[in-house]
Design a protein around this ligand. Structure first.
Ligand SMILES: Nc1ncnc2c1ncn2[C@@H]1O[C@H](COP(=O)(O)OP(=O)(O)OP(=O)(O)O)[C@@H](O)[C@H]1O
Ligand SMILES: [Mg+2]
Length: 255
């Protein structure tokens, strides 16, 4: 079982396998997939009739072989891709109807740690972390202060003026986390956040995500890393775009 150690910023983390304190958590689904399909050009079916409810405050892992649909599921939640069929609601927003006006409001509730969202090397770490605030029109001085606080939360306050390329892979991923949480999102989406990290760096990153979850943030994390799945609150196993099994706090239920 993997338990979260105290992160550099938050010692009130909990063991990932600890049962929900239901009184502290709302039972309403914050993300709801109902018979959702996603087809890409070339008639490629990435998700097929997928139904899944994620409740506020949950920590969910998405597992499955390469091509199973994990990244596609995260992209649909983030509004990067649209469902081809079925109903998807994220924080009350019908994702079939999301548009240029409504997407920025939804994005303020989301923290994205996606593989293709690289850090920009033409600006320092602090400026990278400030970006989500700047694009939503925040005052640059306030954005800098909040970015500094976010860097402290991931233990990288002393790297604010460094360029991303001067950091290790694990440190860069922690900067990505700081950038994802700087605007205090309700939901964190992380696509293989420990890929290419050594064991210690991977553990630090996942402990941080667990710490944000312990503070009430809903986390949906895709991973190939078996070590992360042991003791997780809930694991959704995908295969060929479908939910094959769900595993929660020690039990396993076929889908
Ligand atoms: N932009 C795209 N255009 C066409 N097909 C795509 C696109 N993105 C993904 N696919 C296809 O959709 C399916 C699901 O891909 P997805 O990236 O969601 O899988 P994954 O579970 O994240 O895999 P991995 O573990 O390798 O990251 C695959 O067959 C993939 O080739
Ligand atoms: Mg993927």
């Amino acid at each position: 079982m993997i338990c979260s150690l105290s992160s550099p910023a938050n010692s009130s983390t909990r063991c990932w396998a600890e049962p929900y304190r239901i009184s502290e958590r709302r039972l309403m689904a914050i993300i709801s997939f109902s018979h959702v399909s996603k087809k890409y050009a070339g008639d490629i079916t990435a998700l097929s009739e997928l139904s899944l409810d994620i409740r506020e405050g949950e920590l969910i892992f998405l597992a499955g072989a390469s091509g199973a649909g994990k990244s596609t599921l995260l992209k649909l939640i983030a509004g990067i891709e649209r469902p081809s069929g079925g109903m998807l609601q994220v924080s009350g927003q019908d994702m079939r109807k999301v548009n240029r006006t409504t997407l920025p409001f939804l994005r303020r509730k989301l923290g994205l740690i996606l593989q293709q969202h690289r850090l920009l090397n033409d600006r320092n770490v602090l400026a990278n972390v400030m970006m989500p605030l700047i694009v939503t029109g925040a005052d640059s001085r306030e954005a800098a202060q909040r970015a500094q606080v976010a860097l402290e939360r991931v233990g990288l306050a002393d790297k604010a003026s460094a360029l991303p390329m001067m950091l290790s892979g694990g440190e860069q991923q922690r900067v990505s986390i700081a950038r994802a949480i700087v605007h205090k999102p309700r939901i964190i989406l992380a696509d293989e956040p420990t890929a290419n990290l050594d064991r210690d760096s991977g553990k630090l990153v996942t402990d941080m995500l667990a710490a944000f979850n312990a503070a009430g943030v809903t986390c949906v994390i895709s991973t190939h890393d078996e070590r992360l799945l042991q003791g997780a609150d809930r694991v959704v196993h995908l295969s060929h775009g479908r939910v094959m099994a769900m595993q929660s706090a020690g039990s396993e239920v076929g889908a």
